[in-house]
Write a protein that binds this ligand. Sequence first.
Ligand code: ADP
Ligand code: MG
Length: 564
Amino acid sequence: MSAVVVLPPDVARKIAAGEVIERPVSVVKELVENSLDAEADSIRIEIEAGGTSLIRVADNGCGMNREDAVLCFERHSTSKIRSEEDLERIATLGFRGEALPSIAAVSLLTMKTSDGGSAAGTLLVLRPGERPEVRDTAFPRGTCVEVRDLFFNLPARRKFLRSETAEMNLIARYVRSIALAHPRTGFFLSHGRRELLHWPPVAGLRYRFIQSQGLEAVGRLLEIGHAEGESEVAGFVSRPPIGRGDKSEQHFYVNRRPVRDRLLQAALNQAFQGLLEKNSHPEAFLFLRHPPRGVDVNVHPAKAEVRFLDSQAVFRLILRSVEQAVRTERGVKIWETSVGAVREGSPAAFRPEEGDAPGKAPAAPLFPNEAADRAPAFRILGQYLETYILVADEEGLLVIDQHNAHEKVLFEEFRRAQASGTMPRKQTLVPLLFDVSPDRSLLLEEHASVLEEAEFRVESLGGRTFSLKEYPDLMTAEEAMSALPALLDDLQARPGEDRMTRLLAGLACKAAVKAGQPLSKEKMEVLVDALFKLPQHGLCPHGRPILLRFSRDEIERGLKRPSN
Ligand code: ADP
Ligand code: MG
């Protein structure tokens, strides 16, 4: 065997394609990188059968005109670099101009694209070895690439793919990892009819981090942030001495590109030297921003590895950034605006702790819309155990449960205000974020409008994280946050039950004065007066009795006093 032949272009193309496109996740990666380079703020990824039957990536980025759309399937055609020098300062994720021709060589590909100009959008249909079919199509600014039957013409490669589930797991892992570094871009990923990820665009890394890892991780980890010269490190690392049993959660990014890198790993380990429990490893999400001319990203076919021009400087930078946070146990305090730490003014509702001085009018209108009729005459005798209000009226003695009574009054008030659409609302001053379990997250999305009617406006940040935007002006932000879980349970009302009633009852319960709180005489008066004005005041909204009555008769008989 001695004759050297030049391979037919068909075969050569397949071999070359194999370098870049190894499995379905490689296609997803190349297409998503293109969408990010096109500055899309929304990327929608739909997969079928683990990517073997369909991979569809749609973006709203810059799109292409007809000429570029056709040209981009030529090998080494790229808009991202022009010359060899450009290779030394790559700021985009792609630059080789190989991906699209490689994918097209091993699949059935269609692309719709438009740069949003006046000319029609372009539809391209490509089959390996055939001339592309080009047509007009109506398409908004952006690009949608559909890759069907991957490796249909490379049976050997197709045979080596893992199960659909395994291939899908690789895709999901990749999408999560790239999306983490691009918070301003919204990501959507589905497999068949299953939605796997839905992260709307957010303002910055820390919100995307919450979408990805949940609020719990933020409490568990330390945030780091450190800049030196033109370089900057940000991210999250373990809070000593708690680490992980394995190294699976060590994620490194260089200029928003996920990378594997021994140097970065070594710096991380050194920073944690002697700080973690035995046999445990640091968890880390590290984002390095570094001048492109100081990084060579052209050293690995999938661009998963990089080389630094001054690796020692990078090592020291990472070491110092992480050390600074973990050695002082300080981290960067950015989370003080999250759940529970904020109190945004006091509620308009009844607050026993505020202004209870005798003679002072109740601070806020307790029941702003009292019914006009007068309550029957009564006299406050005092408070017992800071839980019961003792009252005398014409018929005898009353022991009133202060919590149940207030709850009932608020409930009726809420119901009236809700029905007439006059319940006052307040906006949160800072984002109040919370995580819920997956089933509750569905519930929340499903019932957003019911909550809205009860004056709670909650916005999804995608996944299990939500942000409270508005809440009834009867409670503090803290109370609103702590009322939410109970409200969610109330949403799961049994069929036939009125959701709104349960919800308002839950709210009233949260907002009502508790047992064990001292009340001024004035407050007790206002409360009992409001209670007595209600047509029925025997039972609280949850069906517990509100008061016990001892008639004058009963008292006199009990004390064996001759009645007159
Ligand atoms: P590279 O990304 O290395 O430049 P590709 O083969 O991935 O090479 O893409 C070739 C060219 O096609 C890109 O340089 C870009 O100009 C254009 N392109 C590809 N995908 C998109 C997209 N989603 N939106 C806009 N332009 C795109
Ligand atoms: Mg590319």
